[in-house]
Ligand binder design. Sequence first.
Ligand code: XMP
Length: 506
Amino acid sequence: QILILDFGSQYTQLIARRVRELNVYCEIHPYNHIPPITDDIKGVILSGSPCSVREEGAPDVDLSLFRGKVPLLGVCYGAQLMAQKLGGSVVPSKIREYGRAKLSKVDSHFPLLKEITLHSQVWMSHSDTIAEVPANFDIISSTPSVNVAAFKIHDENTYGIQFHPEVTHSTEGKTLLRNFVVHICGCSQDWTSDIFIESTIEDLKKKLGNDKVVLGLSGGVDSSVAAVLIHKAIGKNLHCIFVDNGLLRKNEYEDVLASYQGMGLNVKGVDAKQRFYDALAGLEEPEAKRKAIGKVFIDVFDAESHRIEDVKWLGQGTIYPDVIESVSVKGPSATIKSHHNVGGLPDFMKLKVVEPLNTLFKDEVRNVGRTLGISENILGRHPFPGPGLAIRILGDITPEKVAILQEVDSIFINGLKSAGLYNQVWQAGAILLPVNSVGVMGDERTYEKVVALRAVTSVDGMTADWCHLPYEFLGDISNEIINKVKGVNRVVYDISSKPPATIEWE
Ligand code: XMP
């Protein structure tokens, strides 16, 4: 595997993704919590950083831990740190370099730059620059404004690069990373879904033995893939719980439960609708609704898990970005942030946690799911919030309002599917507004509810843009909703981006 030491750059996760795309396993660790350099570490990459090596107390690392022992690649800050520590000098750039640059010198006979072309576009993002390098450094690439765009240390497989090969704007960045990881470090490209599944099942068997595991299914990708993997390892000793909180989409509880049972999972459906409605009665404030839902869920889940005699483990669908997030480097000092998914174990459930997906990115989880034969219906689902329709019914929740919104949502989502638009949208749903408006149906005046439709494009939900759905499509959906759903006489479309709006309305 490749070890990536994180100095806090916004791009560190991208380095890991690119390495994984080469079918090579890698892990990110904070620069100040370095794991032992064992034989299976074939190379080390030092990431960028928002800090400057010239600052007092800037993140530092003892290079002798790995330098000369395994190939080493410093990216941006990582390269500057090596240059400075080994006797070169780093100074503020005369011109701040952000954005595209073209390589004006490329010594492509060095293995790192094999097949990298002259004038290749690279992405720069730095305000310091390496002014001088020690005598045993070769400068192997430059741009018109950065003399030391890449260096190699004589007689060592130690390299530094000033630009960011991990971002797609560095058009040959992937070739450079392949050169390092495959040709210089000698990693075999055998990190595939099949290998992951095989080795994970072996590990789970060893770890869990004859123990029982309880796992809460949500209908989403992560918990489903985690469940199928654990099930492959321990069969009926995995007890899955799927709770109907009365806030799911139309027919979702029945459909998803049936598909879990179809996969052979030992799953118990728990109809707790009324408990959730009782706890929500009269609550209007979004955070109060979220808290009430969270509390009932924990109570229901806890009661159900107590019914499983001798259960020892809690299975969770935590994925790698959650883990990195919880142990991330923030500036010069590494801080450990608590994250809701990591160790998110209520105190009263004294169970050990098993998280088979905690080294995978989302797209890798989907690939593993596909290899395991999980249906596209589950793998390709839009994200759906834990509190479900409760945060899409503005104001207080009643079963009648839930029923109206389920109908509207179902027309919209099925419409997207039949128009072939579902997969172009990252997330979609409908919102029931606490507003009545006047309409006319036949000869009668109506005074009924307004619903808003929301569909967004996004990569990770952190930022999002509204989808430019075809007017024809929106017109048809609006007609269908108003004609079929009693109690709704007006449909509007949300054209706000995030930021400044959010995806959900509450
Ligand atoms: P926002 O509204 O913050 O949503 O732009 C970003 C993503 O998070 C989902 N979301 C939630 N998911 N519990 C969840 O499990 C919540 O309370 C919650 N609130 C928002 C939202 O659906 C979107 O995918």
